[in-house]
Design a protein around this ligand. Structure first.
Ligand SMILES: C[S@@+](CC[C@H](N)C(=O)[O-])C[C@H]1O[C@@H](n2cnc3c(N)ncnc32)[C@H](O)[C@@H]1O
Length: 295
């Protein structure tokens, strides 16, 4: 047991020794990046979140920090993601709080922000931005960082996400321009927006059990489950999008692997037109850019 290996000793340890114990445990548990994870978690246990200990392997780790590191090692061995253990995750260079109730922001979703930046290159524009299914608030906050004169609203059905998103807005000094509220997509909303960002749940229900443990056990089911076909939320959203979009506004919609054709059919039958598809870093179609049909 990790506790025994680390905490039964009364002497202090060296960084190298505790890292080696953690790495061995992570390898045995099948953790993908054992060395990286061990260094990050040790930094957090020592209240030095940015320290990675390169060239400092001979430093002493005081006994008082070992219990915390030991418990972090155990959590990671149970495949809890590092971000959930340390409670923070970076997205678009924003430092965001995460919790068991919000999806960890993912690099794939940065494709939406990259796409929006290309479509709206004038950073001085005053844009009205909507983020549906905001989770941690990552998409809205990243957008507000890009357009410093713009304002935005993030909506999520889960009030616990809204609490985290509000904290993240404050944490990144964007709370004067970011509003967050609980809601079922955009029902009850009668405003128009220049940019609509949306990353809905899109995993088919019968595939959730096959996801890796990091996702299946530690991400909120409501952020993943897109119903039987994975497309339920797109059908609900498509019916609302047109009424929310300003005349020359654009929607940036995240999609899952292999869903492009079906989702495009849904959007087209709701008076929306495809402007462009952007791929993620793995060259997978990830973001549909949509406008009103008549544009
Ligand atoms: C895939 S997560 C995306 C979170 C965040 N935008 C991101 O990109 O990391 C989907 C989010 O949609 C929210 N959601 C699911 N159904 C919803 C609904 N009917 N109305 C509003 N939000 C919903 C979930 O709570 C979850 O936070």
């Amino acid at each position: 047991m990790v506790e025994k290996q680390i905490t039964c000793l009364h002497t202090d340890y060296k960084v190298k020794e505790v890292l080696n114990i953690a790495v061995a445990k992570f390898k045995a548990a099948g953790v993908a990046q054992p060395i990286n994870d061990a260094r990050i978690l040790l930094g957090h246990s020592l209240n030095k979140p940015n320290e990675r200990f390169y060239g400092r392997e001979g430093d002493v780790v005081k006994r008082e920090h070992l219990d915390d590191f030991s418990s972090k090692i155990l959590r990671r061995c149970k495949r809890e993601p590092v971000s959930k253990i340390i409670g923070v995750k970076e997205f678009w260079s924003l430092d965001l709080l995460v919790s068991p109730y919000v999806l960890d922001p993912r690099p794939d979703s940065e494709t939406l922000i990259e796409a929006a930046v290309k479509q709206f290159p004038d950073k001085n524009r005053i844009l009205n931005i909507l983020d549906l299914g905001t989770g941690s608030g990552c998409l809205l906050l990243a957008a507000l960082q890009e357009w410093p004169h713009s304002y935005g609203l993030g909506i999520d059905i889960d009030s616990r996400c809204i609490e985290i998103a509000k904290i993240n807005a404050k944490r990144n000094e964007l709370d004067d321009r970011a509003k967050f509220q609980t809601g079922n997509w955009a029902s009850n909303l009668d405003k128009k927006f220049d940019i609509i960002l949306c990353n809905p749940p899109y995993i088919p229900a019968n595939k959730i059990a096959k996801l890796n443990e990091e996702v299946r056990l530690y991400e909120p089911e409501r952020a993943l489950n897109g119903g039987q076909t994975g497309l339920d939320c797109y059908v609900e959203l498509a019916a609302q999008f047109s009424n929310l979009l300003s005349a020359d506004g654009l929607i940036f919609l995240e999609i899952g692997f292999g869903q492009k054709k079906q989702i495009l059919d849904i959007m087209r039958s709701n008076s929306l037109k495809l402007i462009k598809i952007e791929k993620d870093l793995a060259q997978i179609d990830r973001c549909l850019i949509l406008s009103h049909k008549h544009c």
